[in-house]
Design a protein around this ligand. Structure first.
Ligand SMILES: [Fe+2]
Length: 174
């Protein structure tokens, strides 16, 4: 065997070793990635009924009536869960205020606080709803120009809460 042949043979052996080592590392890496993915799937929270999701690309808003797969995809991306915000954080009011008179329940956004939420084309309350512990669920859709307020009739004037959805500041609950 010439010196050149011996050098070539040695280089081939080295490259085989490198390839084998790379394959092992990549297999090991794949396993780790799979483990991570599985862990991520396990910790991902379960979808719940009445949750509101929004697409950050097209602005579509959906509500979950029956929870199933852990992700809802729109425009190629998972839709964002709208958290129920409960504390006002600006002079503008968003937390719905509930007023009860017998079986009549009025929910307003800012009116009873002296600063009604805007109801312009650009910024307005899209809907107000009440949800009862016993399963009742009623929603009023609003339009720009209307008062940020809705009135409902309930069987029992207790055991319910209100939510409202602002087109810019999203979901609020009281
Ligand atoms: Fe708002």
């Amino acid at each position: 065997m010439t010196i050149l042949e011996s050098t070539i043979e040695r280089n081939v052996k080295i490259s085989k070793k490198i390839k084998s080592s790379f394959n092992l590392k990549s297999k090991s890496l794949n396993i780790k990635l799979n483990d991570l993915t599985n862990k991520r799937l396990k910790v991902r929270r379960k979808m719940k009924q009445k949750e509101i999701y929004r697409c950050s690309i097209c602005g579509k808003v959906i509500e979950i009536l029956h929870p199933a797969s852990p992700e809802t995809i729109c425009c190629g991306k998972p839709m964002m869960l709208m958290e129920e915000q409960t504390k006002d954080w600006k002079t503008e009011k968003h937390v719905p205020k509930i007023t009860i008179e017998g079986n009549k329940v009025t929910v307003d956004v800012g009116i009873s606080m002296g600063t009604p939420h805007p109801m312009t084309d650009e910024h307005y309350i899209m809907w107000i709803e009440i949800i009862c512990k016993d399963g009742c669920y009623e929603r009023r859709f609003l339009k720009p120009g209307m008062e940020p307020k809705a009135t409902f009739t309930v069987a029992k004037p207790e055991g319910f809460w209100a939510r409202e959805y602002c087109n810019i500041h999203f979901l609020w609950k009281s």
